[in-house]
Design a protein around this ligand. Structure first.
Ligand SMILES: Cc1cc2nc3c(=O)[nH]c(=O)nc-3n(C[C@H](O)[C@H](O)[C@H](O)COP(=O)(O)OP(=O)(O)OC[C@H]3O[C@@H](n4cnc5c(N)ncnc54)[C@H](O)[C@@H]3O)c2cc1C
Length: 481
């Protein structure tokens, strides 16, 4: 065990691991990258996190830099949960619900809590967290905060940032801060602090004032965005100030989160799901744009393309039986309404079916929860593609989680299909049609992880991403074109 690990072992309550097995295990996440940490820590409490940060800060002051990487379940697809220094793994111990306020629905948790477990607990109180990612069952709330995760309900409810109200965060030097929206008077108190926290408030306030116009100009014209740092949301016109939106989506680069307070929504179990099958991409995108203009947005509007359906049919045919039997459509669209009033659900369903009839598109409507779940499985089968590996072949997530302006969705999809065809690659596309935000995975013999494919693809995506080279990570959760 090296000296750093030895020191931490003596001073932390949680475990410190340096075995080759542990380091190899935490050298990967769900991305295509491998970075082996020098040691792994399972913090038992905030004090463990604080002590680790303090110690590595002191070493850095003496010229020895050991990066700290926070990690939830490691389902990140862009390499954000791996690092070559200390990897701090939260699910082992820091996984509790600290407080639930049944009156306001707000909940305070430790970062390592499993998202799915928290969601199940919230359901029992008729509440839920709408921005859950597709990986809800096997990821953590800390990871969702790190990535500003969003998912199938984000078209209506927004992303994780919309729900995080306050945080406890360990800064690089081991200092602990609490964040929430501060009024002008509270802000001026923070500005007067002689601590690292005070320094951060002063520097950030000056930066935001000085670069107001640049920050405004840089806002992408998309309906959701998790790339970069949300500087635009820190200071409001009324002078109030909040570090929370900046920390959400910062992938652990600004501090390590040890406690999260979230707002939750009332859960309506009744919903109406419409599944439509399009043979023409242009018509599908036109219908999506028209549904977006309804007075009430659907709670979900998701798509899977023909390549994903073919893949599922080949590897798990039972999943499609009775849903897509013979001819595979180009696009399968799922539109769901979860309005609390049945009348509204019926009204919006009628509007949608009128639209689908106009385009002569076959569709199916389900309100029964079991049948709805059956249809949703087709969308959720995308996880099979991500997890797929056969010999040295793997489905490689590329142009991962890209989002474009809704009105350019057709152009974007046309261009990527053309690009994949040009390079003779077969890519499955699926995702959040309502936000023009999709995932893509390539599976092709020459994309083998061993051999040329891996590196070729890295170079290819790196080139495509050069516009964003000033962002916190080389590969972004959402890539904006
Ligand atoms: C099949 C599949 C489907 C997915 N679907 C979606 C989706 O629909 N939407 C979506 O947004 N993402 C999706 N993802 C990506 C990922 O699963 C989510 O973003 C998830 O929320 C990450 O959680 P995690 O616990 O695995 O975090 P990790 O992967 O461990 O970490 C994610 C980031 O959060 C940071 N982090 C973790 N804990 C802390 C902490 N305590 N303090 C500070 N930073 C921290 C990490 O450093 C890292 O930067 C998907 C991934 C897979 C494999």
């Amino acid at each position: 065990m090296n000296k750093v690990a030895h020191y931490l072992q003596e001073h932390l309550v949680g475990e410190v691991m340096t075995s080759p097995d542990a380091r190899r295990y935490f050298a990967t996440d769900t991305s295509i990258f491998t970075v082996t940490p020098s040691l792994v820590v399972y913090p038992r409490n905030e004090n463990d996190v604080r002590k680790t940060a303090r110690f590595t800060w002191q070493l850095a002051e003496r010229g020895r830099v050991i990066p700290l990487t926070a990690r939830g379940s490691g389902t990140d697809q862009a390499g954000a949960a791996i690092g070559n220094g200390v990897v701090m793994v939260f699910p082992a111990h820091m996984n509790r619900i600290m407080e639930f306020d049944s009156k306001t629905g707000s909940v305070t948790v430790e970062p390592g809590i499993n998202y799915g477990k928290l969601q199940q607990t919230l359901y029992t109180h008729n509440r839920f967290l709408p921005p859950y990612p597709s990986s809800v069952e096997y990821s953590t709330i800390g990871g969702a905060v790190g990535n500003n995760a969003s998912g199938e309900k984000s078209i209506k409810y927004g992303d994780t940032r919309n729900f995080v109200k306050a945080l406890r965060v360990v800064l690089a030097n081991g200092e602990v801060i609490q964040t929430r929206r501060l009024n002008k008077r509270e802000l001026s108190k923070k500005l007067g602090l002689s601590t690292f926290e005070g320094e951060i408030y002063r520097a950030l306030d000056a930066l935001i004032e000085e670069k107001k116009d640049v920050i405004k100009q840089m806002q992408p014209v998309v309906t959701k965005n998790s790339a970069g740092y949300a500087l635009d949301l820190v200071k409001r016109k009324d002078g109030s100030f909040d570090l929370t939106p900046l920390l959400v989506g910062s992938q652990g680069t600004l501090g390590i989160v040890t406690e999260i307070t979230l707002e939750t929504e009332v859960h309506t179990p009744n919903a109406t799901l419409i599944m439509a099958q399009f043979d023409d991409l242009k018509v599908a995108v036109q219908a999506i744009a028209e549904i977006r203009k309804f007075s009430d947005l659907p709670s979900s509007m998701e798509l899977v393309d023909e390549h994903l359906l073919k893949f599922v049919k080949q590897h798990n045919p039972n999943q499609l039986r009775g849903i897509v039997d013979d001819a595979i459509p180009k696009i399968l669209l799922l539109v769901e309404f979860d309005n609390p009033s049945d009348r509204n659900q019926k009204r919006l369903t009628k509007k949608t079916t009128k639209l689908l009839n106009k385009y002569q598109v076959p569709f199916r409507i389900e309100t029964d929860p079991t049948l709805r779940d059956e249809l949703w499985k087709v969308r959720h089968s995308a996880a099979t593609v991500v997890a797929f590996s056969e010999g040295n072949l793997r489905a490689v997530p590329v142009i991962e989680d890209g989002v474009v302006p809704v009105e350019r969705f057709n152009e974007y999809l046309d261009a990527v299909y053309e690009l994949f065809a040009r390079y003779n690659l077969q890519a499955a596309i699926w995702g959040h049609a309502g936000d023009a935000n999709v995932h893509m995975a390539v599976r092709q013999a020459n994309m083998a992880m061993a051999g040329y494919g891996h590196h070729t693809w890295q170079n290819f995506t790196a080139k495509k991403c050069t516009r964003f080279s000033n962002q916190p990570r080389k590969y972004l959760t959402h890539t904006i074109f």
